[in-house]
Design a protein around this ligand. Structure first.
Ligand code: PMP
Length: 372
């Protein structure tokens, strides 16, 4: 079997990627090819992945086996799942269900809840895992222009009532553009058109909200979201994901989400890490406000408004993005070029992500280089 043509095409289109090897990581820095660089490509927004003590966590799980040994519906549903879901349930005041990753969760949720007679309206820029869930679901779906509430309203008006159930799916903070969804308007629309609102808060959990529960918490809207998704692998510094919804929805997911049912449960170590991160979350106010201050300052210097730590510098052309990334690497900054299919064709970019471990001093020379 010969795959040369595919590889050649990827190379010609400047879309061929190789895995960078992270030889070491410390604070906001990574070591690649023997060189220490400021890491502007991490989702560890609060630096928690380093702050959590491995020793402490190992002590907590000393009576558990290393692996879970089976899927959750078999014998993999160990006590740490119960503790973690109870804790999440208390924080969000709803039911919680832990999935193996955000990717598993999105693929499983949509295909479990939406079927052939249903319709889904998804923002044009939602994450690949949501698109894959949509494809698997067999539901009809429409992608409305990014953040465009009028376009969504028009679609709902003309299409919604031809189908049984309707779903609206969006991210709260967009992973590649760093902008926010207009939550209040989305809630009004979901009420008017009797739709079920799914909100992916992967990049907002930890960073937004008085207790770090996400953008819905920040706006006091948790109760209005039918299903909220958070991940442990970004600001929480661990691995896995969780869904917050009604008891009925959670029961349905346990019974129907194939990416939940047909995979081995997470190992106790990971759940203990996630539990620790969730316990710390409400008290990380200082790190949250520091990150938002730094993000606003950085954005302002680039002529952008807002306060999210994801800052896109769109260059358009794949080759241009690659050249800029290489130049920044030489100057001591790790900012990979993000190209299609991660972002739409013609919008290749540098996606800068900031963390609370950074300071303005770390970023002065980056801004000077980008301005050139
Ligand atoms: N949703 C969004 C918006 C994401 O950005 C990501 C991760 N890039 C995911 C879901 C998937 O989460 P995980 O990394 O836990 O699989």
């Amino acid at each position: 079997m010969d795959f040369t043509a595919e590889i050649t095409k990827l190379k010609e289109e400047k879309r061929f990627r190789r895995l960078p090897l992270i030889e070491a990581r410390q604070g906001p820095y990574v070591k690649i090819n023997g060189k220490w660089l400021l890491n502007l490509s991490s989702n560890d927004y609060l630096g928690l992945s380093e702050k959590l003590s491995q020793k402490e966590i190992l002590e907590e799980i000393k009576d558990f086996p290393i692996g879970a040994g089976a899927a959750r519906l078999l014998s993999g549903n160990h006590l740490l799942y119960q503790r973690l879901e109870e804790k999440l349930g208390n924080l969000y005041q709803k039911k919680a269900l832990v999935f193996s990753s955000g990717y598993h969760a999105n693929v499983g949720i949509i295909s479990a809840l939406a079927g052939r007679r249903d319709v889904v309206f998804a923002d044009k820029l939602v994450h690949a895992s949501i698109i894959d869930g949509l494809r698997l679901s067999g539901a009809t779906y429409f992608r409305y222009p990014h953040g465009n509430i009028e376009a969504l309203a028009d679609l709902l008006k003309s299409r919604r009532f031809r189908y049984k159930r309707a779903f609206i799916i969006t991210e709260s903070i967009f992973s590649m553009d760093g902008d926010k969804s207009p939550l209040e308007e989305l809630i009004k629309l979901k009420r008017t058109y009797q739709a079920f609102l799914i909100l992916d808060e992967a990049h907002a959990v930890g960073v937004y909200g008085q207790q770090g529960l996400g953008l819905a918490e920040e706006y006091g809207l948790i109760n209005e979201i039918d299903l909220l998704l958070g991940t442990f692998g970004k600001a929480l510094g661990g691995y896995g994901a969780f869904v917050i919804a009604s008891e009925e929805v959670i029961d349905l997911l346990i019974n129907k989400a194939r990416s939940f049912i047909f995979t081995t449960a997470l190992p106790p170590f990971i759940l203990a890490v996630n539990l620790k991160a969730i316990s710390l979350l409400p008290d990380l106010k200082e790190a949250r406000s520091q990150l938002r201050k730094l993000s606003s300052w950085f954005r302002k210097n680039l002529g952008l408004s807002g306060d999210t730590p994801i800052v896109p510098i769109v260059l358009g052309d794949n080759e241009k993005a690659l050249a800029a990334s290489a130049k920044l690497f030489e100057a001591g900054f790790f900012v990979p070029a993000i190209r299609p299919p991660t972002v739409p064709p013609g919008t290749a970019r540098l996606r800068v992500s900031l963390t609370s471990q950074m300071s303005e001093e770390n970023l002065f020379s980056f801004l000077r280089l980008v301005e050139k």
